[in-house]
Write a protein that binds this ligand. Structure first.
Ligand code: THU
Length: 137
């Protein structure tokens, strides 16, 4: 699969993941999909709670879904919402992405549903991350 084919496939999978969003409080549905290093695509969606702070974003749920299935590295991520292309992963998600990405060059595709796709990387979104490595020094 070419890089472009993988991007398009992940975006498609993220839209599928978004269908399961549980977001009755914000009405802002988010879907995400990661390509695992095992070759499997894992989906996620945001899951809210009446105790608002317990909400977990779509990106983290996609990564956690991958880890639950025994894979600890993703090689690309897509996140979709009906907002603008600037609806980018929050800070907490960026920290989790840094933990499980293949490298800081791992591509991230942010799609707002208005046709545009913002292409970036985990490292661009999360410069100077705090990593496992830092605690092992
Ligand atoms: N949300 C995500 O799922 N991902 C993001 O990148 C930003 C925000 C969710 C959290 C909450 O359910 C809703 O969007 C509104 O903030």
């Amino acid at each position: 699969m070419t890089r472009e084919e993988l991007r398009d496939k992940l975006i498609e999978e993220a839209w599928e993941g978004r269908k399961n969003s549980y977001s009755p409080y914000s009405n802002f549905a988010v879907g995400a999909a990661v390509m695992g290093a095992d070759g499997v695509i894992y989906r996620g969606c945001n899951i809210e709670n009446v105790s608002y702070g317990l909400t977990v974003c779509g990106e983290r749920n996609a990564v956690f879904n991958m880890v639950v299935h025994g894979c600890r590295t993703f090689t690309a991520l897509a996140v979709v919402s009906a907002g603008s292309a600037d609806a980018a992963p929050c800070g907490a998600c960026r920290q989790v992405l840094a933990e499980f990405c293949e490298s800081l060059d791992t591509p991230v595709y942010i799609c707002g549903g208005e046709g545009g796709v913002l292409e970036t990387t985990v490292g661009e979104m999360m410069p100077y991350p705090f990593l496992k490595f830092d605690t092992e020094k």
